[in-house]
Design a protein around this ligand. Structure first.
Ligand code: TXA
Ligand code: MG
Length: 334
């Protein structure tokens, strides 16, 4: 039996299977099986009222999971799936409460990864899958990260990890709530608000603040909207390029070991044995692709501080700002 067939069989038997998507690795369970779903929450240490995204083989499965689908949702599904877009729609009454966190809505998406799609087709139904990390921590973008994250509890709880290489996008899907009159972005991602606006020829509400403002406190139950998320154990600070040399010097003077993620042409970095340097790509897609792996790598150096230069302040970089801001807020819990 090949890996995909075995993975689908394990899912049918109520086991957890971690699998690659184009965004990040997911920790999957049969979305119809409450016992299997409960294992996801146990493995991640995730509060039970945080809803899960259901991954579908294709849009023809929508009717089994959702009701009252607005025309705009069909338009987005046709244009973006398979791809990094999650639609929040009204739930079908047969969907288990553990998937929806008891809400009357459900998040659904068709991922764009050959392994994920092969698994979904073989399984033939919805797979509920959050990112395969411990709650609040950095999302995994390789199979090795999944092992690292779920560690010993993973050995017990996760029946299989499908390895599909490094995720192409590297940050989680854009989430758009299609249940209100005006579609609303709940989590920015690789598919930008501008793209969604163009596809719908309509306005989109965007509650995500710019990186300079405080993270919003209260979009309920979107765990990615918590102020602290995606976080390394090492304290992480965002820093303007021009303030970087001073910030580095201050930390070195305190005897700290500092890791810096900054663009190649950043001037005035001292050469110092306690200074680790990684280059931040000037290209949004490449930066997003590298982000979680780089944060993980810098976290593993056991330095005292991670300094990341603030990326450009424009729409294209919004999803990256969002992740960095939350990573900074949640960092430092060793
Ligand atoms: O790219 C992704 O979306 C990845 C891959 C594995 O598909 N998944 C992912 O899942 O990021 P997770 O659980 O780490 O984040 C899903 C987010 C959570 O913030 C959750 O609260 C929100 O989606 N969500 C799920 N269902 C929802 C609903 N019915 N209403 C509002 N938010 C919902
Ligand atoms: Mg997550």
């Amino acid at each position: 039996m090949n890996d995909i067939a075995r993975a689908a069989q394990l899912l049918h038997a109520g086991e957890l299977v971690a699998f690659p998507t184009e965004t990040v690795y997911g920790l999957g369970a049969d979305a119809r099986n409450p016992t299997a779903l409960a294992k996801i929450f146990a493995a991640k240490g995730r509060p039970a009222d945080h809803p899960l995204i259901v991954h579908l083989p294709d849009a023809s499965h929508l009717d089994a999971w959702t009701i009252d689908i607005p025309a705009a949702a069909h338009t987005l599904a046709a244009a973006c799936w398979p791809g990094p877009l999650t639609l929040i729609l009204k739930r079908h009454p047969a969907v288990p409460d553990l998937v929806t966190g008891g809400q009357n809505t459900i998040g659904v998406r068709v991922p764009n990864h050959p392994v994920a799609l092969a698994l979904l087709r073989e399984f033939g139904s919805g797979i509920a899958a959050p990112s395969a990390n411990k709650f609040g921590r950095i999302s995994p973008t390789t199979a090795a990260h999944v092992k690292e994250e779920l560690g010993e509890s993973g050995e017990k709880n996760v029946a299989m990890i499908l390895d599909g290489g490094a995720c192409a996008v590297g940050i989680e899907s854009t989430i758009v709530d299609m249940t209100s009159t005006t579609p609303r972005i709940l989590r920015p991602g690789a598919i930008s608000t501008d793209t969604l606006r163009q596809l719908l020829h309509a306005s989109i509400e965007d509650h995500q603040p710019g990186f300079a403002t405080r993270p919003e406190k209260n979009i309920p139950r979107v765990s990615g909207s918590l102020a602290a998320h995606y976080a390394p154990r090492t304290p992480l600070q965002l820093c303007a390029v021009k303030s970087l040399p001073a910030a580095i010097s201050a930390a070195l003077q305190k005897g700290q070991r500092v890791a810096v993620l900054a663009p190649e042409q950043t001037p005035l970095l001292p050469v110092h044995p306690h200074l680790i340097r990684r280059i931040a790509s000037a290209d949004f897609s490449q930066f997003a692709h590298d982000l979680y792996a780089t944060l993980r790598e810098l976290d593993a150096t056991h330095c005292d501080l991670i300094l990341v230069t603030t990326p450009p302040d424009n729409e294209a970089w919004r999803a990256v700002h969002d992740r960095l801001r939350r990573a900074a807020t949640g960092s430092g819990n060793r």
